[in-house]
Write a protein that binds this ligand. Structure first.
Ligand SMILES: C[S@@+](CC[C@H](N)C(=O)[O-])C[C@H]1O[C@@H](n2cnc3c(N)ncnc32)[C@H](O)[C@@H]1O
Length: 275
């Protein structure tokens, strides 16, 4: 057989210590080898769905010149759409390579390399959004709690935080096969798998790209699924209230999460002191 799905247990993502001014911290860099391919094939795929969900869950809370943070903004396609609507937008991502495309896709936006678990900002935001499974890359509930605390710190009182996550039913349905992309100047094979015992998904890619001859690059991304109750508990512990979870599709709009929901959109508020 040409390709076999590895059954090795997941590796904890590589973390590098880097200096982000206020502290030495670890930064998430796994997307660096994926950035070129992501920008070409993934960057725009989820944006219409994410934007339509944000339309319902975030936009009604925002004034025309609101400050918005796109956390884990990747190659910046959605960041650019928020900017075009007139919001003052900042993008944060751990991968410098992803941000190099974001700067081309959304010129004028402030982009910063930082880690979702540890970032600190001088600006306080009216809204923080984080879409397309980004927080599934956070591999422990403790680290997910750190993300929620960082977001809480970064929001103004009354600010709204919306993010989506792949849920276990989604991994079982979709993370179980091999597919490929074949174009004139690149070929990529992707193996997706999900280990229910460890609640861990693996995305293993082999990319051949024509750059002064064919160059091969192998990389693996890992994700973790969390049950809805664990996400909501962790949000509450970070200080968020009015935490809500939805399923969303372009056809059906928002509906309640059900046991078979493959993806959840979570919306929470940093309550003002007045409640
Ligand atoms: C699936 S991509 C989504 C990108 C973008 N939000 C979009 O809609 O296309 C996930 C992104 O999250 C970033 N990411 C994952 N974990 C991170 C962390 N701990 N800190 C900062 N960025 C992180 C990755 O570098 C990657 O750009």
């Amino acid at each position: 057989m040409l390709i076999s799905v590895s059954n090795k247990k997941f590796a904890v993502p590589v973390k590098r210590v880097y200096n982000i001014g206020h502290m030495k911290a670890e930064r998430y860099i796994e997307y660096d080898p994926f950035a070129w391919l992501y920008n070409k094939h993934w960057g725009y795929t989820f944006t219409p769905i994410a934007m339509a969900a944000i339309e319902k869950l975030v936009i009604p809370n925002l004034s025309p010149e609101a400050e918005v943070l796109d956390l884990c903004c990747g190659t910046g396609q959605m960041t650019g759409m928020l900017q075009q609507r007139g919001y003052r937008v900042t993008g944060i991502d751990g991968s410098e390579k992803m941000l190099s495309y974001a700067r081309e896709n959304a010129p004028g936006v402030i982009f910063k390399v930082d880690d979702a678990r540890f970032f600190m900002t001088e600006t306080h935001f009216d809204a923080v959004v984080c879409v397309f499974d980004s927080l599934n890359h956070i591999m422990s509930i403790e680290d997910l709690g750190e993300v929620f605390k960082s977001v809480y710190r970064a929001l103004k009182a009354g600010g709204v935080f919306v993010f989506d996550m792949n849920l276990e039913a989604g991994y079982k349905e979709r993370w179980n096969g091999i597919y490929g992309i074949i174009e004139d100047d690149h070929v990529c094979i992707i193996r997706n798998s999900y280990d229910a015992e460890y609640r861990t998904g693996r995305f293993e890619a082999t990319l051949f790209r024509m750059e002064q001859g064919w160059q091969r690059n192998d990389f693996t991304l890992t994700q973790r699924s969390y049950p809805e109750w664990e996400i909501i508990n962790s949000l509450s512990e970070a200080g968020f209230s009015a935490n809500e979870a939805y399923e969303f599709s372009l056809e059906q709009g928002l509906s309640e999460l059900a046991p078979g929901s493959q993806r959840g959109f979570f919306r929470c508020i940093k309550q003002t002191e007045m409640g």
